[in-house]
Design a protein around this ligand. Structure first.
Ligand SMILES: [Zn+2]
Length: 193
């Protein structure tokens, strides 16, 4: 599982970084640092989005559909989840601004597109790369933690369960936070002098 997902996670992160660079350049009116090759980012989304959709279906599994994103991103640390939601919110605002500004006609959307066009598209690139990266990261984290999820009496429990089906014991919520939550508190060690 990890062997298959890690390359796509790396690609998603690279795509996200390049999208942020493309968007920043467009935002301040500079030509694209990658030139026409920036459109490759548009195609790259499909490369990482397909595996992301496949693993998100596995992640959601027996969760309710309305909890889709909560379930799909349950292996992510909070900052990663916030960042992904933030990129999506920003993409919506960015796209509305893009539509309102109506890019100059005749400039085209191809290789010689003006910064405004790249600005409009790159908002969505960032959102989709960050979501793909978060889902793939979540899948990697969950694949380590889910098999180990057990009730206080040691019965294995499915990932969405709040109570053990065998003995009825409630499942500690800390299990759902991800495998690295335990060492996520740097500097919290007591002062021993
Ligand atoms: Zn039990």
């Amino acid at each position: 599982m990890a062997v298959l997902l890690t390359p796509f996670l790396v690609l998603s992160v690279i795509g996200l970084v390049l999208s942020v660079i493309a968007h920043t350049a467009a935002l301040i009116g500079l030509p694209q640092p990658l030139g026409p090759a920036a459109w490759g980012l548009h195609i790259g989304i499909f490369v990482v989005w397909l595996p992301a959709v496949i693993v998100s279906n596995r992640l959601v599994g027996d969760f309710k559909r309305k909890d889709f994103w909560k379930a799909a991103l349950r292996g992510c640390p909070d900052w990663m989840r916030c960042l992904t939601y933030g990129f999506f919110g920003y993409a919506v605002v960015n796209f509305l601004l893009f539509m309102a500004a109506a890019p100059p006609k005749g400039a085209g959307g191809g290789a010689n597109a003006p910064p405004e066009v790249f600005r409009g598209f790159s908002g969505h690139w960032m959102a989709f790369y960050s979501a793909a990266a978060a889902i793939l990261y979540s899948a990697l984290a969950v694949s380590r933690s889910d098999p180990a999820r057990r009730c206080p009496n040691g019965h294995p429990v499915p990932p969405s369960a709040s109570f053990c089906e065998a003995c009825g014991a409630s499942i500690a919520e800390q299990d759902a936070a991800g495998p690295w939550s335990a060492d996520a508190e740097p500097g919290a060690a007591p002062d021993r002098g």
